[in-house]
Design a protein around this ligand. Structure first.
Ligand code: NAD
Length: 488
Protein backbone atom coordinates (compact mmCIF):
# COMPACT_ATOMS: atom_id res chain seq x y z
CA UNK A 1 0.00 0.00 0.00
CA UNK A 2 1.55 3.31 -1.03
CA UNK A 3 1.25 6.25 1.35
CA UNK A 4 -1.11 9.15 0.74
CA UNK A 5 0.80 12.43 0.66
CA UNK A 6 0.19 15.22 3.12
CA UNK A 7 -0.65 18.78 2.12
CA UNK A 8 2.12 21.21 3.00
CA UNK A 9 1.77 24.86 2.08
CA UNK A 10 0.09 24.23 -1.26
CA UNK A 11 2.09 21.13 -2.17
CA UNK A 12 1.08 17.47 -1.99
CA UNK A 13 4.16 15.58 -0.92
CA UNK A 14 5.51 12.92 1.41
CA UNK A 15 6.30 14.00 4.94
CA UNK A 16 9.49 13.01 6.72
CA UNK A 17 7.69 11.27 9.60
CA UNK A 18 6.89 7.56 9.79
CA UNK A 19 3.69 6.75 7.86
CA UNK A 20 0.56 5.76 9.79
CA UNK A 21 -2.13 3.24 8.92
CA UNK A 22 -5.74 4.21 9.31
CA UNK A 23 -8.16 1.30 9.79
CA UNK A 24 -11.87 0.76 9.32
CA UNK A 25 -13.29 0.16 12.82
CA UNK A 26 -15.95 -2.16 11.35
CA UNK A 27 -13.39 -4.89 10.60
CA UNK A 28 -10.00 -3.30 11.41
CA UNK A 29 -8.94 -3.70 7.77
CA UNK A 30 -6.32 -1.16 6.66
CA UNK A 31 -8.04 1.68 4.86
CA UNK A 32 -5.07 3.83 3.90
CA UNK A 33 -1.46 4.50 4.75
CA UNK A 34 -0.87 8.19 5.32
CA UNK A 35 2.37 10.13 5.25
CA UNK A 36 3.10 12.15 8.40
CA UNK A 37 4.94 15.36 9.20
CA UNK A 38 7.98 15.60 11.46
CA UNK A 39 9.25 18.77 13.13
CA UNK A 40 11.11 19.91 9.98
CA UNK A 41 7.90 19.58 7.91
CA UNK A 42 6.07 21.59 10.55
CA UNK A 43 8.74 24.30 10.30
CA UNK A 44 8.37 24.39 6.54
CA UNK A 45 4.59 24.62 6.71
CA UNK A 46 4.83 27.52 9.18
CA UNK A 47 7.36 29.35 6.95
CA UNK A 48 5.13 28.93 3.89
CA UNK A 49 2.09 30.06 5.86
CA UNK A 50 3.97 33.18 7.02
CA UNK A 51 4.92 33.96 3.42
CA UNK A 52 1.34 33.48 2.27
CA UNK A 53 0.11 35.75 5.09
CA UNK A 54 2.57 38.44 4.06
CA UNK A 55 1.77 38.21 0.34
CA UNK A 56 -0.48 41.03 -0.88
CA UNK A 57 -3.03 38.54 -2.24
CA UNK A 58 -4.27 37.51 1.20
CA UNK A 59 -3.29 40.55 3.27
CA UNK A 60 -5.24 42.93 1.09
CA UNK A 61 -8.08 40.59 0.18
CA UNK A 62 -11.33 42.21 1.22
CA UNK A 63 -13.64 40.32 3.56
CA UNK A 64 -16.26 39.69 0.88
CA UNK A 65 -13.57 38.13 -1.33
CA UNK A 66 -12.45 35.84 1.50
CA UNK A 67 -16.11 35.04 2.06
CA UNK A 68 -16.44 33.95 -1.55
CA UNK A 69 -13.67 31.37 -1.12
CA UNK A 70 -15.39 29.98 1.97
CA UNK A 71 -18.69 29.85 0.07
CA UNK A 72 -16.97 27.88 -2.69
CA UNK A 73 -15.51 25.42 -0.18
CA UNK A 74 -19.03 24.93 1.23
CA UNK A 75 -20.42 24.30 -2.25
CA UNK A 76 -17.68 21.76 -3.03
CA UNK A 77 -18.29 19.87 0.23
CA UNK A 78 -21.97 19.83 -0.71
CA UNK A 79 -21.13 18.51 -4.18
CA UNK A 80 -19.08 15.67 -2.64
CA UNK A 81 -21.24 15.20 0.46
CA UNK A 82 -22.15 11.54 0.00
CA UNK A 83 -18.60 10.49 -0.89
CA UNK A 84 -17.24 12.33 2.16
CA UNK A 85 -19.87 10.83 4.46
CA UNK A 86 -19.03 7.31 3.22
CA UNK A 87 -15.29 7.91 3.63
CA UNK A 88 -15.76 9.20 7.14
CA UNK A 89 -17.95 6.22 8.00
CA UNK A 90 -15.04 3.98 6.97
CA UNK A 91 -12.37 6.05 8.69
CA UNK A 92 -14.23 6.59 11.94
CA UNK A 93 -16.97 3.93 12.22
CA UNK A 94 -19.89 6.22 12.96
CA UNK A 95 -23.22 5.14 11.45
CA UNK A 96 -23.78 6.64 8.02
CA UNK A 97 -26.69 8.84 9.12
CA UNK A 98 -24.35 10.47 11.66
CA UNK A 99 -21.50 11.02 9.21
CA UNK A 100 -23.97 12.58 6.75
CA UNK A 101 -24.99 14.98 9.52
CA UNK A 102 -21.33 15.85 10.22
CA UNK A 103 -20.74 16.65 6.55
CA UNK A 104 -23.89 18.81 6.52
CA UNK A 105 -22.62 20.59 9.61
CA UNK A 106 -19.29 21.33 7.89
CA UNK A 107 -21.15 22.88 4.94
CA UNK A 108 -23.17 25.07 7.32
CA UNK A 109 -20.03 26.10 9.18
CA UNK A 110 -18.26 27.37 6.05
CA UNK A 111 -21.43 29.23 4.96
CA UNK A 112 -21.93 30.78 8.39
CA UNK A 113 -18.36 32.06 8.67
CA UNK A 114 -18.47 33.34 5.08
CA UNK A 115 -21.48 35.45 6.04
CA UNK A 116 -19.95 36.47 9.37
CA UNK A 117 -16.70 37.47 7.70
CA UNK A 118 -18.52 39.68 5.24
CA UNK A 119 -20.67 41.40 7.84
CA UNK A 120 -18.37 41.61 10.88
CA UNK A 121 -18.26 45.11 12.39
CA UNK A 122 -15.33 46.86 14.00
CA UNK A 123 -16.07 49.27 16.84
CA UNK A 124 -15.98 53.04 16.89
CA UNK A 125 -15.50 53.60 20.61
CA UNK A 126 -16.97 56.66 22.39
CA UNK A 127 -14.45 59.50 22.17
CA UNK A 128 -13.65 61.41 25.35
CA UNK A 129 -12.15 64.38 23.52
CA UNK A 130 -11.49 65.81 20.10
CA UNK A 131 -10.40 62.60 18.46
CA UNK A 132 -11.77 59.50 16.81
CA UNK A 133 -11.14 56.19 18.55
CA UNK A 134 -11.64 52.73 17.16
CA UNK A 135 -11.13 49.12 18.01
CA UNK A 136 -10.04 47.21 14.92
CA UNK A 137 -10.02 43.43 14.54
CA UNK A 138 -6.99 41.90 12.83
CA UNK A 139 -5.85 38.33 12.16
CA UNK A 140 -3.53 36.65 14.66
CA UNK A 141 -1.13 35.18 12.08
CA UNK A 142 -0.46 31.49 11.58
CA UNK A 143 -2.71 29.37 13.79
CA UNK A 144 -2.75 25.65 14.52
CA UNK A 145 -5.88 23.50 14.60
CA UNK A 146 -5.53 20.17 16.40
CA UNK A 147 -8.51 17.82 16.25
CA UNK A 148 -9.61 14.49 17.79
CA UNK A 149 -10.96 11.41 16.02
CA UNK A 150 -14.57 11.47 17.05
CA UNK A 151 -16.11 14.05 14.68
CA UNK A 152 -13.79 14.58 11.72
CA UNK A 153 -14.75 17.17 9.10
CA UNK A 154 -17.12 18.93 11.53
CA UNK A 155 -14.28 19.55 14.02
CA UNK A 156 -11.88 20.67 11.32
CA UNK A 157 -14.47 22.94 9.66
CA UNK A 158 -15.20 24.54 13.02
CA UNK A 159 -11.57 25.68 13.17
CA UNK A 160 -10.54 26.18 9.52
CA UNK A 161 -13.57 28.29 8.53
CA UNK A 162 -13.32 30.95 11.28
CA UNK A 163 -9.50 30.99 11.11
CA UNK A 164 -9.56 31.78 7.37
CA UNK A 165 -12.57 34.09 7.69
CA UNK A 166 -10.55 36.12 10.19
CA UNK A 167 -7.68 36.39 7.69
CA UNK A 168 -5.25 33.91 9.25
CA UNK A 169 -3.30 31.01 7.77
CA UNK A 170 -4.05 27.66 9.38
CA UNK A 171 -2.15 24.42 9.86
CA UNK A 172 -4.34 21.45 10.69
CA UNK A 173 -3.14 18.39 12.62
CA UNK A 174 -5.95 15.82 12.45
CA UNK A 175 -6.05 12.81 14.75
CA UNK A 176 -3.67 10.04 13.73
CA UNK A 177 -6.68 7.68 13.89
CA UNK A 178 -8.79 9.64 11.37
CA UNK A 179 -6.64 11.74 9.03
CA UNK A 180 -8.57 11.26 5.78
CA UNK A 181 -11.33 13.88 5.95
CA UNK A 182 -8.94 16.74 6.73
CA UNK A 183 -6.91 15.79 3.64
CA UNK A 184 -10.13 15.82 1.59
CA UNK A 185 -10.90 19.31 2.91
CA UNK A 186 -7.47 20.47 1.72
CA UNK A 187 -8.26 19.21 -1.81
CA UNK A 188 -11.56 21.08 -1.84
CA UNK A 189 -10.02 24.28 -0.44
CA UNK A 190 -7.45 24.21 -3.27
CA UNK A 191 -10.19 23.66 -5.84
CA UNK A 192 -12.08 26.58 -4.30
CA UNK A 193 -9.14 28.89 -5.05
CA UNK A 194 -7.67 29.37 -1.58
CA UNK A 195 -4.24 30.90 -2.19
CA UNK A 196 -1.35 28.46 -1.67
CA UNK A 197 0.30 28.27 1.71
CA UNK A 198 -2.68 29.42 3.75
CA UNK A 199 -3.77 25.90 4.61
CA UNK A 200 -1.64 22.89 5.44
CA UNK A 201 -2.90 19.51 6.63
CA UNK A 202 -0.18 17.63 8.49
CA UNK A 203 -1.18 14.19 9.75
CA UNK A 204 0.96 12.65 12.47
CA UNK A 205 1.03 11.71 16.10
CA UNK A 206 0.43 14.15 18.91
CA UNK A 207 3.86 13.49 20.40
CA UNK A 208 5.72 14.38 17.18
CA UNK A 209 3.61 16.51 14.82
CA UNK A 210 1.24 18.01 17.39
CA UNK A 211 3.94 18.90 19.90
CA UNK A 212 6.18 20.45 17.19
CA UNK A 213 3.31 22.57 15.97
CA UNK A 214 2.30 23.84 19.41
CA UNK A 215 5.89 24.72 20.35
CA UNK A 216 6.80 26.42 17.05
CA UNK A 217 7.43 30.14 17.69
CA UNK A 218 5.65 31.06 14.44
CA UNK A 219 2.33 29.60 15.65
CA UNK A 220 0.33 32.41 17.24
CA UNK A 221 -2.68 30.44 18.49
CA UNK A 222 -3.61 26.82 19.04
CA UNK A 223 -7.21 25.80 18.72
CA UNK A 224 -7.37 22.37 20.31
CA UNK A 225 -10.15 19.82 20.66
CA UNK A 226 -9.33 16.62 22.52
CA UNK A 227 -8.72 15.16 25.95
CA UNK A 228 -8.17 17.21 29.12
CA UNK A 229 -4.70 15.77 29.79
CA UNK A 230 -3.50 16.82 26.32
CA UNK A 231 -5.26 20.17 26.65
CA UNK A 232 -3.43 20.92 29.89
CA UNK A 233 -0.06 20.08 28.29
CA UNK A 234 -0.82 22.41 25.36
CA UNK A 235 -1.97 25.12 27.78
CA UNK A 236 1.38 24.96 29.58
CA UNK A 237 3.30 25.52 26.32
CA UNK A 238 0.90 28.33 25.39
CA UNK A 239 1.56 30.02 28.74
CA UNK A 240 5.30 30.03 28.04
CA UNK A 241 4.74 31.48 24.58
CA UNK A 242 2.11 33.95 25.86
CA UNK A 243 -0.10 32.64 23.08
CA UNK A 244 -3.90 32.41 23.08
CA UNK A 245 -5.24 28.91 23.15
CA UNK A 246 -8.75 27.55 22.91
CA UNK A 247 -9.34 24.22 24.58
CA UNK A 248 -12.41 22.08 23.85
CA UNK A 249 -11.90 19.17 26.24
CA UNK A 250 -13.64 16.23 27.85
CA UNK A 251 -16.87 15.88 29.78
CA UNK A 252 -18.97 13.79 32.12
CA UNK A 253 -22.25 15.52 31.54
CA UNK A 254 -25.38 15.13 33.68
CA UNK A 255 -28.63 14.32 31.91
CA UNK A 256 -31.36 14.94 34.48
CA UNK A 257 -34.88 13.45 34.50
CA UNK A 258 -37.42 14.95 36.93
CA UNK A 259 -40.62 13.23 38.10
CA UNK A 260 -42.73 15.53 35.94
CA UNK A 261 -40.78 14.89 32.70
CA UNK A 262 -42.54 13.73 29.56
CA UNK A 263 -41.21 10.20 29.93
CA UNK A 264 -41.31 9.21 26.25
CA UNK A 265 -39.37 12.36 25.38
CA UNK A 266 -36.92 11.85 28.24
CA UNK A 267 -36.21 8.20 27.37
CA UNK A 268 -35.39 9.11 23.77
CA UNK A 269 -33.28 12.04 24.92
CA UNK A 270 -31.32 9.98 27.43
CA UNK A 271 -30.69 7.19 24.88
CA UNK A 272 -29.55 9.65 22.23
CA UNK A 273 -27.51 11.61 24.79
CA UNK A 274 -25.36 8.69 25.89
CA UNK A 275 -25.44 6.13 23.08
CA UNK A 276 -25.35 8.10 19.80
CA UNK A 277 -21.83 8.00 18.31
CA UNK A 278 -21.32 4.93 20.53
CA UNK A 279 -20.89 7.35 23.44
CA UNK A 280 -17.69 8.67 21.84
CA UNK A 281 -18.83 12.20 22.26
CA UNK A 282 -17.46 14.95 24.50
CA UNK A 283 -21.03 15.96 25.37
CA UNK A 284 -22.29 12.42 26.03
CA UNK A 285 -24.93 12.52 28.79
CA UNK A 286 -23.01 9.88 30.71
CA UNK A 287 -24.30 10.63 34.23
CA UNK A 288 -28.03 9.94 34.08
CA UNK A 289 -29.72 11.48 37.13
CA UNK A 290 -33.27 10.23 37.71
CA UNK A 291 -35.65 11.50 40.42
CA UNK A 292 -36.01 8.80 43.04
CA UNK A 293 -39.83 8.74 42.76
CA UNK A 294 -39.69 7.46 39.17
CA UNK A 295 -36.27 5.80 39.31
CA UNK A 296 -37.29 2.10 39.15
CA UNK A 297 -39.96 2.59 36.50
CA UNK A 298 -37.71 4.81 34.36
CA UNK A 299 -34.66 2.56 34.63
CA UNK A 300 -36.67 -0.57 33.71
CA UNK A 301 -37.97 1.11 30.55
CA UNK A 302 -34.59 2.66 29.70
CA UNK A 303 -32.91 -0.75 30.02
CA UNK A 304 -35.50 -2.38 27.74
CA UNK A 305 -35.00 0.34 25.13
CA UNK A 306 -31.19 0.16 25.39
CA UNK A 307 -31.31 -3.58 24.71
CA UNK A 308 -33.40 -2.87 21.60
CA UNK A 309 -30.84 -0.48 20.04
CA UNK A 310 -29.67 -1.71 16.65
CA UNK A 311 -25.96 -2.46 16.76
CA UNK A 312 -24.28 -3.23 13.44
CA UNK A 313 -22.40 -2.22 10.34
CA UNK A 314 -22.35 1.59 10.11
CA UNK A 315 -22.97 1.33 6.37
CA UNK A 316 -26.57 0.18 7.11
CA UNK A 317 -28.93 3.16 7.30
CA UNK A 318 -30.83 1.54 10.19
CA UNK A 319 -27.73 1.08 12.41
CA UNK A 320 -27.80 3.07 15.64
CA UNK A 321 -24.63 1.73 17.29
CA UNK A 322 -21.48 1.22 15.23
CA UNK A 323 -18.02 0.06 16.33
CA UNK A 324 -15.67 1.93 18.66
CA UNK A 325 -12.70 3.66 17.06
CA UNK A 326 -9.98 1.09 17.82
CA UNK A 327 -9.25 -2.18 19.66
CA UNK A 328 -7.28 -0.16 22.25
CA UNK A 329 -10.27 2.07 22.91
CA UNK A 330 -12.52 -0.99 23.14
CA UNK A 331 -10.20 -2.36 25.85
CA UNK A 332 -10.36 0.95 27.70
CA UNK A 333 -14.18 1.02 27.64
CA UNK A 334 -14.30 -2.65 28.67
CA UNK A 335 -11.93 -1.80 31.52
CA UNK A 336 -14.43 0.78 32.81
CA UNK A 337 -17.20 -1.83 32.85
CA UNK A 338 -14.89 -4.07 34.91
CA UNK A 339 -14.15 -1.12 37.19
CA UNK A 340 -17.88 -0.44 37.60
CA UNK A 341 -18.34 -4.05 38.82
CA UNK A 342 -15.35 -3.75 41.17
CA UNK A 343 -16.80 -0.54 42.58
CA UNK A 344 -20.01 -2.44 43.38
CA UNK A 345 -22.12 -1.44 40.39
CA UNK A 346 -24.68 -3.64 38.65
CA UNK A 347 -24.50 -3.89 34.86
CA UNK A 348 -28.17 -3.74 33.87
CA UNK A 349 -27.51 -4.46 30.20
CA UNK A 350 -24.70 -4.66 27.65
CA UNK A 351 -21.11 -4.12 28.65
CA UNK A 352 -19.70 -6.93 26.52
CA UNK A 353 -18.93 -7.77 22.90
CA UNK A 354 -21.92 -8.76 20.72
CA UNK A 355 -22.14 -12.43 19.75
CA UNK A 356 -23.04 -11.76 16.09
CA UNK A 357 -20.23 -13.38 14.02
CA UNK A 358 -20.56 -10.66 11.36
CA UNK A 359 -19.28 -8.12 13.91
CA UNK A 360 -16.48 -10.23 15.39
CA UNK A 361 -13.60 -8.53 13.53
CA UNK A 362 -14.75 -5.01 14.46
CA UNK A 363 -14.57 -3.00 17.69
CA UNK A 364 -18.20 -3.51 18.63
CA UNK A 365 -19.43 -3.17 22.19
CA UNK A 366 -22.97 -3.48 23.51
CA UNK A 367 -24.30 -0.31 25.14
CA UNK A 368 -24.22 -0.61 28.91
CA UNK A 369 -26.22 0.86 31.78
CA UNK A 370 -24.76 0.75 35.28
CA UNK A 371 -26.58 1.38 38.53
CA UNK A 372 -25.91 1.02 42.23
CA UNK A 373 -22.95 3.40 42.21
CA UNK A 374 -22.59 6.82 43.79
CA UNK A 375 -21.49 9.98 42.04
CA UNK A 376 -18.22 9.69 44.01
CA UNK A 377 -17.13 6.49 42.20
CA UNK A 378 -14.49 6.66 39.47
CA UNK A 379 -17.03 5.22 37.02
CA UNK A 380 -19.16 8.32 37.62
CA UNK A 381 -16.25 10.76 37.65
CA UNK A 382 -13.97 9.80 34.77
CA UNK A 383 -14.73 10.27 31.10
CA UNK A 384 -15.23 6.82 29.55
CA UNK A 385 -15.89 8.12 26.02
CA UNK A 386 -17.89 5.02 25.18
CA UNK A 387 -21.42 3.58 25.43
CA UNK A 388 -21.58 3.33 29.21
CA UNK A 389 -24.24 5.29 31.12
CA UNK A 390 -24.19 5.55 34.93
CA UNK A 391 -27.63 5.82 36.57
CA UNK A 392 -27.80 7.98 39.68
CA UNK A 393 -30.97 8.63 41.74
CA UNK A 394 -31.53 12.03 43.38
CA UNK A 395 -33.79 13.48 46.06
CA UNK A 396 -34.94 17.00 45.27
CA UNK A 397 -33.34 19.93 43.50
CA UNK A 398 -30.67 20.77 46.08
CA UNK A 399 -29.34 17.21 46.13
CA UNK A 400 -29.43 17.13 42.33
CA UNK A 401 -27.52 20.38 41.83
CA UNK A 402 -24.92 19.37 44.42
CA UNK A 403 -24.30 16.03 42.69
CA UNK A 404 -24.47 17.40 39.14
CA UNK A 405 -21.85 20.04 39.96
CA UNK A 406 -19.66 17.62 41.89
CA UNK A 407 -17.51 16.85 38.85
CA UNK A 408 -14.21 18.04 37.47
CA UNK A 409 -15.98 18.69 34.17
CA UNK A 410 -18.53 21.30 33.09
CA UNK A 411 -19.29 20.75 29.42
CA UNK A 412 -23.02 20.07 28.97
CA UNK A 413 -26.23 19.22 30.80
CA UNK A 414 -29.70 17.97 29.86
CA UNK A 415 -32.86 18.74 31.87
CA UNK A 416 -36.15 16.91 31.36
CA UNK A 417 -39.16 18.54 33.04
CA UNK A 418 -42.40 20.22 32.02
CA UNK A 419 -42.06 22.78 34.83
CA UNK A 420 -40.56 25.84 33.14
CA UNK A 421 -39.61 27.51 36.42
CA UNK A 422 -37.71 24.45 37.57
CA UNK A 423 -36.01 24.17 34.16
CA UNK A 424 -34.81 27.77 34.52
CA UNK A 425 -33.61 27.28 38.12
CA UNK A 426 -31.62 24.15 37.31
CA UNK A 427 -30.25 25.51 34.02
CA UNK A 428 -28.83 28.51 35.90
CA UNK A 429 -27.50 26.43 38.80
CA UNK A 430 -25.63 23.74 36.86
CA UNK A 431 -22.03 24.60 35.96
CA UNK A 432 -21.92 23.71 32.26
CA UNK A 433 -21.07 25.44 29.00
CA UNK A 434 -24.26 24.23 27.29
CA UNK A 435 -27.62 23.30 28.83
CA UNK A 436 -30.40 21.58 26.91
CA UNK A 437 -33.97 21.68 28.20
CA UNK A 438 -36.18 18.86 26.91
CA UNK A 439 -33.71 18.15 24.15
CA UNK A 440 -30.10 17.01 23.86
CA UNK A 441 -27.16 17.43 21.46
CA UNK A 442 -29.02 20.16 19.59
CA UNK A 443 -26.55 22.48 17.88
CA UNK A 444 -26.44 25.66 15.89
CA UNK A 445 -23.33 27.20 14.39
CA UNK A 446 -24.78 30.58 15.44
CA UNK A 447 -24.63 29.67 19.17
CA UNK A 448 -21.29 29.56 21.02
CA UNK A 449 -20.00 26.22 22.30
CA UNK A 450 -17.39 25.40 24.92
CA UNK A 451 -16.76 24.05 28.37
CA UNK A 452 -16.24 25.18 31.96
CA UNK A 453 -13.76 23.80 34.51
CA UNK A 454 -11.74 20.84 33.12
CA UNK A 455 -13.93 20.85 30.00
CA UNK A 456 -12.06 23.73 28.50
CA UNK A 457 -11.33 27.33 27.85
CA UNK A 458 -12.84 29.65 25.26
CA UNK A 459 -15.77 29.28 22.90
CA UNK A 460 -16.09 28.08 19.31
CA UNK A 461 -18.87 28.86 16.80
CA UNK A 462 -20.88 32.06 16.45
CA UNK A 463 -19.30 35.52 16.27
CA UNK A 464 -17.32 34.81 19.46
CA UNK A 465 -15.79 31.90 17.55
CA UNK A 466 -14.67 34.25 14.77
CA UNK A 467 -13.29 36.91 17.13
CA UNK A 468 -11.33 34.17 18.89
CA UNK A 469 -9.10 34.12 15.78
CA UNK A 470 -8.55 37.90 15.83
CA UNK A 471 -6.76 40.39 18.00
CA UNK A 472 -7.86 43.91 18.67
CA UNK A 473 -5.95 47.02 17.76
CA UNK A 474 -6.92 50.31 19.40
CA UNK A 475 -6.60 53.37 17.20
CA UNK A 476 -6.71 57.04 18.33
CA UNK A 477 -6.86 59.70 15.61
CA UNK A 478 -6.59 63.39 16.45
CA UNK A 479 -9.32 65.60 14.96
CA UNK A 480 -8.28 68.89 16.61
CA UNK A 481 -5.10 69.78 14.71
CA UNK A 482 -3.67 71.27 17.97
CA UNK A 483 -0.07 70.34 18.97
CA UNK A 484 0.10 68.34 22.19
CA UNK A 485 0.65 70.92 24.95
CA UNK A 486 3.28 69.04 27.01
CA UNK A 487 6.15 69.84 24.62
CA UNK A 488 5.50 73.59 24.68
P1 NAD B 1 -6.38 13.37 22.47
O1 NAD B 1 -6.24 14.47 23.45
O2 NAD B 1 -5.67 12.11 22.72
O3 NAD B 1 -5.93 13.83 21.01
C1 NAD B 1 -6.51 14.96 20.38
C2 NAD B 1 -5.55 15.50 19.35
O4 NAD B 1 -4.40 16.01 20.03
C3 NAD B 1 -5.01 14.45 18.37
O5 NAD B 1 -4.87 15.02 17.11
C4 NAD B 1 -3.65 14.10 18.98
O6 NAD B 1 -2.74 13.57 18.04
C5 NAD B 1 -3.21 15.46 19.48
N1 NAD B 1 -2.19 15.43 20.53
C6 NAD B 1 -1.96 14.48 21.45
N2 NAD B 1 -0.92 14.84 22.25
C7 NAD B 1 -0.50 16.05 21.82
C8 NAD B 1 0.52 16.97 22.24
N3 NAD B 1 1.31 16.70 23.27
N4 NAD B 1 0.65 18.14 21.58
C9 NAD B 1 -0.16 18.44 20.55
N5 NAD B 1 -1.13 17.62 20.10
C10 NAD B 1 -1.32 16.44 20.73
O7 NAD B 1 -7.96 13.12 22.33
P2 NAD B 1 -8.71 12.02 21.43
O8 NAD B 1 -8.59 10.69 22.10
O9 NAD B 1 -8.30 12.16 20.01
O10 NAD B 1 -10.21 12.56 21.52
C11 NAD B 1 -11.05 12.26 22.57
C12 NAD B 1 -11.15 13.42 23.55
O11 NAD B 1 -11.55 14.60 22.86
C13 NAD B 1 -12.19 13.20 24.62
O12 NAD B 1 -11.68 13.57 25.86
C14 NAD B 1 -13.32 14.12 24.21
O13 NAD B 1 -14.16 14.52 25.26
C15 NAD B 1 -12.58 15.25 23.60
N6 NAD B 1 -13.44 16.03 22.72
C16 NAD B 1 -13.86 17.28 23.12
C17 NAD B 1 -14.72 18.01 22.32
C18 NAD B 1 -15.20 19.38 22.74
O14 NAD B 1 -15.64 20.13 21.88
N7 NAD B 1 -15.14 19.73 24.02
C19 NAD B 1 -15.16 17.49 21.10
C20 NAD B 1 -14.73 16.23 20.73
C21 NAD B 1 -13.86 15.51 21.54
Amino acid sequence: MSSLPLYLGGEWRMGRGAPILTRNPHDNAALAEVSTADASDVGEAVARAQQAMAAPGWRTMLPHQRALILQRIAALIERDAERLAQLQRQDNGKPIHETRALVASAIGTFRYFAAACETLDGDVTPARGDYLSMSLYEPLGVVAAITPWNSPIASEAQKIAPALAAGNAVIVKPSELTPLLALELAKLATEAGLPEGLLSVLPGTGAITGAALVAHPGIRKVSFTGGTVTGRAIGRVAADKVMPVSLELGGKSPNIVFEDADIAQAINGVLFGIFSSQGQSCIAGSRIFVARGIYDRFVTELTRRTQALRIGNPAEPSTQIGPLISPEHLDKVNGYVRLAREEGGRILCGGSRPTDAALAAGNYFQPALVDGLSNACRTAREEIFGPVGVLLPFDGEDDLVRQANDSAYGLACGIWTIDYRRAWRIARAVDAGTVWINTYKLFSIATPFGGNKDSGLGREKALDGLRAYMRQKSLYWDMSGRPLPWAD
